[in-house]
Design a protein around this ligand. Structure first.
Ligand SMILES: Nc1ncnc2c1ncn2[C@@H]1O[C@H](COP(=O)(O)OP(=O)(O)OP(=O)(O)O)[C@@H](O)[C@H]1O
Ligand code: SF4
Ligand SMILES: [Mg+2]
Length: 335
């Protein structure tokens, strides 16, 4: 399988520009590299503020990187003209947690579905037929064509969001916590729909979530982030070796989307992105911390095929059966 997306040493920092503030640099994404093969689902997981959405925006070139490169289907996105980038955007689409947050609340479903064509200047033979086929594709009744967002359930709104994203026939879909605000049963239906669409349309997904159990269930490959850095990359069925990934595995998060999703049972502060520590950023919360961890940044090392971890003291085979037991218990709770 060839790679559709290659992310190479990508970093993004934000500088505060307050008039009377000391100039400070916030490190939101630091030195992130990965590849995503055509047809694969890559899950990006981590607590609130670890840089997942910033990474998504960088991949889609909605913001510029401070360093590093993104290659999409063999094209270095930094070298594209505005026009080329606009055309390329048809092939990479974003689905949000709340798809209607970016759409005018006065738009009916029909208007929301036709908007991507208007934005890209695509002429349609029949707008009615296009709307009908998009609704059918995501399992929505044609009776909803003229409904307003407030007349739809959360699941129906998300189906409209997915139909909008697929309207222009993209190759890559970035899904930023698409099921986070939905009930578990509706979440399962949306995941099943996404799976079906991926198979029938040959899509590639970058799927962002704070829920490692869901990501293990849905994705082929998992990328775990902590304070802007990758701490582990692994196949979905691999046993996690990084203490942070282990902590994520036995965590449950508040379903309320307004809550910050952090692992409450870990004591210790998360360092600030304004002042990241010289060593491992997880050292303040890690049960396996040593002096080495506090001073030396652990590099991503290969543990086995397609499995890399950034930890001085990874959890290796001696803990394997205990971890597998946790994985099985956790996954039985996933829809
Ligand atoms: N434009 C910006 N200016 C300053 N800081 C920013 C900006 N955008 C993001 N950040 C900071 O970067 C960090 C990462 O934000 P990001 O939204 O990528 O996190 P996230 O992992 O998606 O979190 P969540 O799970 O809550 O959605 C946060 O601390 C955020 O405050
Ligand atoms: S490097 Fe040290 S502090 Fe960081 S996760 Fe590994 S053991 Fe814990
Ligand atoms: Mg986010």
């Amino acid at each position: 399988m060839s790679d559709l997306l290659i992310v190479d040493h990508l970093s993004r920092h934000f500088t505060n520009t307050g008039l009377f503030q000391k100039r400070q640099v916030f490190h939101a994404v630091s030195d992130v590299s990965f590849s995503l093969a055509r047809g694969q689902i890559l899950g990006v997981v981590g607590e609130s503020g670890c840089g997942k959405s910033t990474l998504a925006r960088l991949v889609l070139r909605l913001i510029q990187p401070s360093k590093g490169a993104v290659e999409f289907d063999g094209l270095d996105m930094a070298t594209l003209s505005r026009g080329d980038l606009r055309r390329l955007r048809q092939r990479m689409q974003l689905v949000f947690q709340d798809p209607y947050s970016a759409i005018d609340p006065r738009y009916r479903v029909r208007d929301a579905l036709l908007e991507p064509f208007k934005v890209q200047g695509v002429k349609l033979k029949s707008a009615d037929a296009t709307v009908a086929s998009l609704l059918e594709m995501v399992g929505l009744s044609p009776a909803l064509t003229h409904s307003y967002p407030h007349q739809l359930s959360g699941g129906q709104k998300q189906r409209v969001g997915i139909a909008r994203a697929l309207a222009l026939n993209p190759s890559l879909v970035v899904l930023d916590e698409p099921t986070a605000s939905l009930d578990v049963s509706v979440q399962a239906q949306i995941i099943a729909l996404l799976n079906r669409l991926r198979e029938s349309l040959g899509l590639t997904y970058l799927f962002i979530s704070h829920d490692l159990g869901l990501v293990r269930y849905f994705c082929d490959k998992i990328l775990v982030m902590y304070l802007g850095r990758i701490v582990e990359i692994m196949p979905n069925d691999a046993v996690p070796t990084h203490p942070y990934t282990r902590a994520l595995l036995d965590s449950t998060f508040e379903p309320d989307p307004r809550q910050r999703r952090t692992i409450t049972r870990l004591s210790g502060e998360i360092p600030s992105g304004y002042n990241p520590p010289p060593g491992c950023a997880f050292a303040t919360r890690c049960p396996r911390v040593s002096d080495l961890c506090r001073t030396n940044l652990p590099a991503l090392e290969t543990i086995s095929d397609h499995h890399q971890t950034a930890c001085h003291h990874p959890l290796m085979n001696e803990m394997k059966s205990e971890v597998l037991q946790q994985v099985n218990t956790h996954e039985s709770a996933v829809p």
